[in-house]
Design a protein around this ligand. Sequence first.
Ligand code: D5M
Ligand code: ZN
Ligand code: FE
Length: 498
Amino acid sequence: MDDNKLRAGLMYITRAGFQVNSDVLPILQELSSRENFEEIIKNVLREVSSLEKRPLFLPKEVLQKYLRDIRRKEGVTPKLVREVTAKEISAEIEVKKDPSALIGGINGEIGDFLAYFRSRLEKLRQILRQRADLVSFSYIKDCKKTNASNELTIIGIIAEKKEVSKGVLIKVEDETGSVKVFVSNSDSRLLAKAQKLMLDQVVGFHIRKWKSIFVATDIIWPDVPERRVEKRGPDILAALISDLHIGSRYFLEKVFRKFLRWLRGDGIYAHQDLARKVKYLIIAGDVVDGIGVYPEQEKELKIGDIYEQYNIAAKYLAEIPDYVEIIVVPGNHDAVRQALPQPAILRKYAEPIYSLDRVWMLGNPALISIHGIDILVYHGRSFEDVIRNVPNTSPSKPQKIMSALLKARHLAPVYGGKTPLAPERNDFLVIEDLPDVFHTGHIHVNGYGNYRGIVTVNSGTWQAQTEYQRKMGIVPTPGRLALLNLATLRVFEIKFLS
Ligand code: D5M
Ligand code: ZN
Ligand code: FE
């Protein structure tokens, strides 16, 4: 409030022939603190003078409107609670990590493999050493020299895991050598831990020398510190999808169209009010079914041309309202190298998608931040290897698989399994920066969870059960859309396949 300015303003108003009622005084007081108060008053008077019936008193409504506009411009939230729609909010996307431009230049020589595992070991050792009991550790070569029976700590890669008569025998490696560590049956808690170890993952061991062998006293995963996410974005939604498989005979075109119509707001659908809040669409791979991905795939294709598959995909994406930002990461069916990390889908094949503006073509995995919420997007190819390695994991509970990966702080620990890994000099698949949300696909089953404060979302599919999946006993959950609220980080779903 500025008394002199306010007095001058009041004089101006009365000279223009309007009276000032006491109820507008507080509004004028607040407006008087603004630099352009004089200009505001002039505009108010101009508006009021042009009214058909000239009022005697300066109308409160007009002043309120000016104040509201000014507050909005200044970024002050109006007291009135009003729903924010995606259209009126501007996009805020930051790509924090994208392997696309950083990979390649390796040719699979032995040196590459050594450099790759060295990078994996070093990165995970950094993470493990943040724990008080792992700060100091011994290199394997040194611990083998010891004769003492005191406890030692090692950090290494799981090179072998064998069930033996009285427990599990684990071969652990670091850059200085390897050692066999025995986990005894007699400690059921430790045995359960040992059974959950995946090949090639990096963990810490507390060990003790007993006669000529080393016995584990504890196994420590890099893991995620328990935390509560305090970050809050705006009250808008990100739609998380994956595994469209456009081009496949099993692609559920009608169901997918229904989702697009819902998003556009034409037609009468349940939860139509939510469609207007969707600002982002994140696609975690397998946009198209591709060609030559598995033997005799052509029999299951409706569109046998990869260019045409992406052309159709682009047509669908073009139907999405123009205020929605679309983020696309490749999967194992997309037109780019299979080995992880994958660069973005190649422009050569997906030109029609590239030419849509508002589409972000990123590599797999990618770390993005939308309105400050960090989302790790990864297709999920390695889930099959986790299922083989970790007891009690299955395709029907993808959130458990996601937790296992977060706990290992690696997206694809197993080397030489189902997941092809490129031995890059730098292991991009180590989960170095913890996201707020972890979004995956691949397994074609929706699953939601929370691992130590990280929201985990496996978005299902838009493809019906294939012959192969039927034989394998995989029961997909098609047509279920996962929606993430950026203000609450809550996930809920809308079913488009009834
Ligand atoms: O994978 C879709 C689903 O099918 C997923 O649950 C994995 C499973 N799948 C697909 N191909 C194979 C093979 N060759 N072995 C085992 N499981 C498989 P998608 O990537 O969409 O084909
Ligand atoms: Zn898929
Ligand atoms: Fe897949």
